[in-house]
Ligand binder design. Structure first.
Ligand code: 13P
Length: 247
């Protein structure tokens, strides 16, 4: 199973549902549809209506983040995994570099993972090195650290997806070269094997993925799908990624 996950970030109003309607129409007619799953993470404001509208459809709706506590608390503007689950969302991203940049530490991220899993949300756990770390050849150790600080053997891997998003690649049009990406992906899979044993979660790639470069990623069989930012806000661009992947 491959994953095509669209992360809308700070984008979208109620009428933006038309983007999802078009993607849903494409999927329902696509002969490859059984080979992949489409997930979209709109902002919190749209979670409930989108989750309801797409309840029995081909697109799964998820959240972009969640708060680090379980149920209710007195944290202004915070949204807990429980609240996300109750409006019908199926999953949440956790540890996106945007949120790490705003203060999410490994400890906070771990709490988020624990409470999201407890509330039966699937998790897309994001990791990735920044430009300086890449330049200093620290990529592999940074990734290993990010994984081992948060993940534990007792977490259920069937509710987990790991997204490798090099920060220098997000929104820049720059993507890792094939050799680099193969080494990194294998390293992530090996680290996951050390944590979980045999059954490891899928590993997807994110960072400037579009219809023009997705074929390059396809060559690396170890990549189980994509986390797509910019190109997920336009139905045609998003559909092109799926179409070109299976070309
Ligand atoms: P871009 O596809 O715009 O580079 O964004 C990637 C990303 O951050 C998805 O979470």
């Amino acid at each position: 199973m491959k994953y095509f996950i669209g992360n809308w970030k700070m984008f979208g109003v109620p009428r933006s549902i038309s983007i999802l309607n078009k993607i849903n129409l494409f999927i329902s007619k696509d002969r490859n549809r059984k080979k992949y799953r489409v997930i979209v993470t709109p902002p919190y404001t749209l979670l409930e209506t989108f989750s309801k509208k797409f309840k029995n459809k081909k697109i799964f709706i998820g959240s972009q983040n969640c708060y680090q506590k379980d149920h209710y608390s007195s944290n202004t503007a915070a949204i807990s995994p429980y609240m996300i689950k109750k409006v019908g969302a199926k999953l949440t991203l956790i540890g996106h570099s945007d949120n790490r940049a705003e203060g999410d530490t490994d400890e906070i991220i771990k709490n988020k993972v624990i409470f999201a899993l407890k509330n039966n949300l699937k998790i897309v756990f994001c990791i990735g090195e920044n430009k300086k770390q890449k330049k200093n050849k620290q990529t592999l150790s940074v990734l290993k650290n990010q994984l081992t600080k948060v993940l534990e053997k007792k977490f259920k891997t069937n509710n987990l997806i790991v997204a490798y998003e090099p920060i220098w690649s997000i929104g820049t049009g720059k993507i890792p070269n094939q050799d680099e990406l193969l080494i990194t992906t294998l390293h992530i899979k090996k680290t996951l094997k050390n944590i979980f044993g045999k059954k490891t979660p899928p590993v997807i790639y994110g960072g400037s993925v579009d219809g023009g470069n997705v074929q390059k990623f396809k060559k690396i069989k170890e990549i189980d799908g994509f986390l797509i930012g910019g190109a997920s806000k336009d139905s045609k661009k998003f559909i092109d990624i799926i179409k070109n992947y299976y070309r």
